[in-house]
Design a protein around this ligand. Structure first.
Ligand SMILES: Nc1ncnc2c1ncn2[C@@H]1O[C@H](COP(=O)(O)OP(=O)(O)OP(=O)(O)O)[C@@H](O)[C@H]1O
Ligand SMILES: [Mg+2]
Ligand SMILES: [Zn+2]
Length: 477
């Protein structure tokens, strides 16, 4: 028997099997049950999320011979007693269901020939005449205009199902005459569930963490994830290990991502270089590595803020591990990491030496915990300014934070910062006119390349002899 790729072999055979699109399938199910049918549907959404599949299921449901009227449970293709209509629709050869690829039939003549010419002729055998128009946004303006009249007043027993990945390119006139369904990208956990089902049925042995890596490469597209699964099976055969997935797909494994997270938590910038080396050596794409890490940071934040796994996307590790990692950081820290890494990801696209860019980006990330948000520094500077102006020693309200390890407090409230690279200008001051801390504001984040390092390398004792503002003093010691 010839080999059939997973995506085709496992095309959902019922509305229930269409994963992750429950609101849509439920609506269609009910419409069919109560025969509240529209004559034009528009399915939009990303690639490989079930648009064509659902369009065919709808066509089957409308024309299935099993019942006297449309049924939400048409025949399955693997059912030996499947009716002729259902079987033919699966094989794209039903006389009353026409599939038109608008990408290759863009012109007005094609539309006239394929649709308008035959739309007035009654269905040859089945209940409905159905036109499935794929990639409908590709039609020319004239073709749309020709179609519009028909959609506006279609002959009885005609149903249009249009599908597109680019809904914004479909004219408003068509949209407003159609019932619209927006297909979602599918959560990784759901893709994982479906892949697991397929693996079991196909007798493929694969651990869950390896399957999770495959699900992740789909980036929300079931078809892409299934194609990746095919690729791994071709590479490794029916017994698959996690290593095989990484080698076959060139993806960064969860282990590497977790190493980065631990490197940040434990403040080990040297680990950044080792990770970058690993990523390069394994031939992974650096930007997609960054994107994986971004998705993971986002999930940590979701775990932290929502405390539940409903909104999780990336599925890099299981719930318990995610919880453990999320507990290592504060919300504002995670936001800062995210922004810093997003910046690295953007720069990577234009970098002359992407590897260096990644290295710097990762070191920066791992150094971040030591640096304080700008808000806090401003607060301290204004306290210093105030004390210089009034001649009064600033109020000492709290102990130096553990991050300001390079600073020592002296009696009298004056602080000396050593030049060891600490970002603190004296952890012990809180000004009377202190500004509110900006910690939650990602824009107010200090990055390792910006000022605080310079400020800290200037001994603060000099500030006392400066005349004007603190900044002036620092510039002209
Ligand atoms: N929601 C889903 N549930 C289960 N399988 C799915 C789903 N979406 C896609 N698939 C799998 O991916 C294959 C392709 O799906 P389908 O043709 O429906 O995608 P599409 O949304 O029309 O994509 P495109 O925009 O690229 O045409 C199906 O045969 C099926 O195996
Ligand atoms: Mg399609
Ligand atoms: Zn049938």
């Amino acid at each position: 028997m010839s080999y059939q790729v997973i995506a085709r072999k496992w095309r959902p055979q019922s509305f229930e099997e269409v994963t992750g699109q429950e609101p849509i399938t439920r609506t269609l199910h009910n419409a069919l049950e109560h025969e509240r049918l529209h004559h034009a549907y528009l399915f939009s959404g990303a690639r490989g999320v079930g648009k064509t599949t659902t369009a065919r299921l709808l066509a089957k449901a409308l024309n299935c011979h099993k019942a006297q009227r449309p049924t939400p449970t048409p025949c399955r293709t693997d059912d030996p007693d499947a009716c002729a209509s259902c079987r033919e629709i699966s094989e794209s050869r039903s006389i009353d269901v026409q599939e038109i690829d608008a990408a290759s039939n863009t012109g007005v003549d094609n539309v006239r020939d394929a649709i308008i010419g035959s739309v007035a002729i009654a269905p040859a055998r089945d209940r409905y005449k159905i036109f499935i128009i794929d990639e409908v946004h590709m039609l020319s303006t004239q073709a749309f205009n020709a179609l519009l009249k028909t959609i506006e007043e279609p002959p009885p027993r005609v149903v249009f199902v249009m599908a597109t990945t680019e809904r914004h390119k479909v004219p408003e006139t068509i949209l407003s005459r159609s019932q619209q369904f927006e297909f979602r990208t599918i959560a990784n956990a759901k893709i994982l569930g479906r892949l697991r089902l397929i693996a079991e049925a196909e007798k493929i042995s694969i651990p869950d963490d390896a399957l999770r890596e495959i699900a992740r490469t789909g980036e929300g597209s079931m078809r892409d994830a299934q194609s990746a699964f095919d690729q791994v099976i071709s590479f490794a055969g029916p017994k698959i290990k996690k290593k095989d997935v990484e080698m076959a797909l060139g993806v960064a494994s969860a282990d590497i991502l977790i190493r980065v997270i631990n490197g940040i938590a434990e403040h080990k910038p040297a680990e950044a270089l080792a990770v970058a080396d690993d990523v390069v050596m394994r031939g992974h794409d650096l930007r997609s590595f960054c994107r994986d890490l971004l998705a993971h940071l986002r999930d940590l934040l979701v775990m932290k803020v929502a405390g539940s796994d409903e909104l999780l996307e990336s599925a890099i590790c299981d719930r318990d591990e995610l919880k453990r990692q999320a507990a290592l950081f504060s919300e504002s820290e995670l936001v800062r990491f995210f922004h810093s890494l997003a910046d690295t990801e953007t720069k990577l696209s234009k970098a002359a030496h992407p590897r260096y860019q990644l290295e710097i980006g990762l070191v920066k990330l791992m150094e971040m915990r030591r640096l304080e948000p700008l808000g806090k520094l401003l607060e301290r500077l204004s306290a210093l300014e105030e004390s210089l102006r009034t001649g009064k020693a600033p109020v000492q309200t709290k102990k130096p934070s553990p991050t300001s390890s390079g600073s020592q407090s002296h009696p009298g409230g004056r602080t000396t910062a050593t030049s060891s690279g600490s970002a603190s200008v004296g952890g012990s001051f809180t000004g009377t006119a202190a500004k509110p801390a900006l910690e939650a504001d990602p824009a107010a984040v200090v990055t390792p390349s910006s000022e605080p390092l310079e400020i800290s390398s200037t001994p603060v004792t000099r500030l006392a002899v400066g005349s004007g503002s603190v900044v002036d003093s620092a510039r002209n010691p």
